[in-house]
Design a protein. Structure first.
Length: 69
């Protein structure tokens, strides 16, 4: 199942909020690690989305070039 940039960002924001509310150091650290992981996943999802759009555009251009021949 592929998750979206928005999903990962929401999870990162939730982890950041939980870290701010944490009173225990280990809980705060865990939430900060979770936030970093979610943000990394969001960044990766965005990169995949951009690459997918680029590939789609290249394929569309190739099909257009072939059909005009």
């Amino acid at each position: 199942m592929s998750q979206s940039y928005e999903f990962y960002t929401e999870r990162a924001d939730a982890a950041a909020a939980a870290a701010k509310q944490a009173t225990l150091d280990n809980v705060r650290d865990r939430e900060l690690r979770a936030e970093k992981t979610w943000r990394d996943l969001a960044k990766q999802a965005r990169a995949v989305s951009v690459q997918r759009a680029k590939t789609e555009a290249e394929k569309a251009a190739a099909r257009a070039a072939e059909s005009s021949v």
